[in-house]
Design a protein around this ligand. Structure first.
Ligand code: PAF
Length: 285
């Protein structure tokens, strides 16, 4: 496994591999890897000749009062895990390597960056799309792999790729959960014992929505209000949003039609930790 900190060096290496006609896959991450990330790496490795993983805690996607400074980091452990997965190239740039001292260019997928997560994190998605486009330009993979856990992020990246004619396929893989159902996230490490218990209300809320849906409930507002009511019973939980959107357009849904797919999306603060989770509601389940 080769580790690069410099853009020019990883580029040179990848240019050579492209000349050899290798298929290149890419998994962008912010490190502090867990099974969710590793499931993406395994998929990338299995479906390509060369698997590239980036580790970069991107300052641009954190708001001024967010957790950039305390975001968990453990490069040594990350590299060990990636080595075990037979990852081929790892890119770990510094903020200076990525942005230099006079960075001016931003990419924004306008409408979709302002709703849901964007209402609570107004600059977040612009930071994500800017760094992801830069990473795409550096790595130039055949395909890139993202997790469904960040469903809105995956949707926005697909939209950017479509709008800007970027020749990269985007694959989105299912959420990986802890044994009790909590969606894996690097931020779960912030939770104390009581918060960890109450954090399960997101998954249980999802299960409640799935039960209502499978029993025939098609009124989105009814499902949302039951989930909200359930989560509100947890004293450490503060709901940012619970919404149901059409999976293909991210438009809010009122009635759930047969044959269509929807995301139930949740963002809930447990103490000081903001967690997101989601599920796909469809009749084919
Ligand atoms: O999902 C993440 O970890 C980040 O948003 C990403 C895609 C690596 C961009 O910094």
């Amino acid at each position: 496994m080769k580790v690069f900190n410099s853009i020019s060096e990883i580029r040179e290496n990848l240019n050579q591999l492209r000349k050899e006609d290798k298929t290149i896959s890419f998994v962008p991450t912010m490190g502090y890897l867990h099974e969710g990330h590793l499931s993406l790496v395994r998929y990338a490795k299995k479906n390509s000749d060369v698997c590239v993983v980036s580790i970069f805690v991107n300052p641009m996607q954190f708001g001024p009062n967010e957790d950039f400074n305390k975001y968990p980091r453990d490069e040594k452990r990350d590299l060990q895990l990636l080595q075990q997965e037979n990852c081929d190239l790892v890119f770990i740039p510094s903020a200076n390597e990525m942005y230099g001292s006079d960075y001016q260019t931003f990419v924004k997928v306008k409408k979709y960056s302002e709703i849901l997560e964007g209402e609570f994190r107004p600059t977040h998605f612009e930071g994500v799309t800017t760094v992801v486009l830069k990473l795409f330009n550096i790595v130039q993979p055949h395909f890139a792999v993202f997790g469904q856990k960040d469903a809105q992020q995956a949707f926005i990246i697909q939209k950017m790729v479509d709008d800007l004619n970027i020749p990269i396929r985007i694959d989105v893989l299912p959420i990986v959960r802890e044994a009790d159902g909590l969606a894996m996230s690097s931020r779960n490490v912030y939770l104390n014992e009581e918060e960890r218990k109450q954090a399960l209300c997101l998954f249980k809320g999802i299960q409640l929505a799935e039960k209502l849906f499978n029993e025939g409930e098609r009124d989105a507002h009814k499902i949302i209000s039951e989930v909200k009511q359930f989560i509100s019973q947890h004293d450490l939980a503060k709901i940012d949003y619970v919404e149901i959107v059409d999976k293909s357009s991210f438009e809010k849904a009122t009635f759930l039609f047969e044959g269509k797919e929807y995301y139930l999306l949740l963002a809930v603060r447990i103490g000081n930790t903001r967690l997101i989770d989601n599920t796909i509601l469809n009749l084919k389940k």
